[in-house]
Write a protein that binds this ligand. Structure first.
Ligand code: OGA
Ligand code: MN
Length: 229
């Protein structure tokens, strides 16, 4: 490892080298090849984690709006399905730009290793208040064999990514993310939404749900998309 690879100052900031990032991105690529999903605790570089958690702490979710389902003119609020509040990440702050840079580097690595043709990335902060949940769903539907022109047929999301920003999550706090097998009936893994944990999965292949949370729960959800045309 290069001498400057890790700078640790007690429990303080930990800079991450290109070497650590390569290892993380390789592990994600391997997981996606072998099982369509990847769950990695302490995956997000701690400096990036601290920046994003800091921004969330300041805003406290005050500038978020109720999330709905469907794109464009099909968008509707569905409180029986999902109860989170969101704010799209546009790169307005240092933290958001660092996040977008990091996700762009992951995008290039996955394109090089897996030939996924990931073309763009969209992501939002999400706040689940106590009692909030997101019922079982997939993030994208398999393309119809015949391409229709109604523009309701898909978001062209290929890969979903979720990162968490909650310290000291307790077993009683609920709010786990549950991943299911492709049929949607067998639970594969239950993920605690703990600070720094990263979850990545193929958007069409992995049904998932957020169990009701007992505590304020902050995350980022993002999607890599392919070019429609
Ligand atoms: C989503 C989603 C999971 C989570 O926003 O589509 O599934 O754990 N989020 O926040
Ligand atoms: Mn989802």
């Amino acid at each position: 490892m290069a001498p400057d690879s890790v700078h640790s100052s007690g429990s303080g900031a930990l800079a991450v080298s290109a070497c650590d990032e390569d290892l993380l991105f390789s592990r994600i690529a391997e997981d996606l090849i072998t099982k369509s999903w990847s769950v990695i605790p302490n995956a997000l570089p701690s400096a990036l984690c601290a920046l994003l958690a800091g921004q969330l702490k300041v805003s406290d979710g005050a500038d978020f709006s109720a999330a709905g389902i469907g794109r464009g003119s099909m968008h509707t609020l569905k409180p029986a399905v999902r109860r989170d509040e969101i704010r799209w990440i546009e790169g307005a702050t240092t933290a958001e730009r660092a996040w977008l840079d990091w996700s762009r580097r992951l995008q290039s690595t996955l394109n090089r290793r897996l030939y996924l043709g990931l073309f763009s990335f969209e992501s939002h902060f999400a706040h689940y208040r106590p009692g909030a949940f997101y019922r079982k769903h997939v993030d994208a539907f398999k393309a119809a064999p015949v391409q229709d022109d109604t523009s309701t047929s898909g978001s062209n999301r290929v890969l979903s990514l979720v990162a968490y920003f909650n310290s000291h999550w307790q077993p009683d706090d609920g709010g786990e993310l549950v991943l299911y097998d492709a049929q949607g009936d067998t639970e594969i893994i239950r993920v605690i939404p703990e600070l720094g944990t990263l979850v990545i999965f193929l958007s069409e292949e992995v049904p998932h749900e957020v169990l009701p949370t007992q505590r304020d729960r902050y995350s980022i959800a993002g999607w890599y998309r392919v070019n429609q045309s």
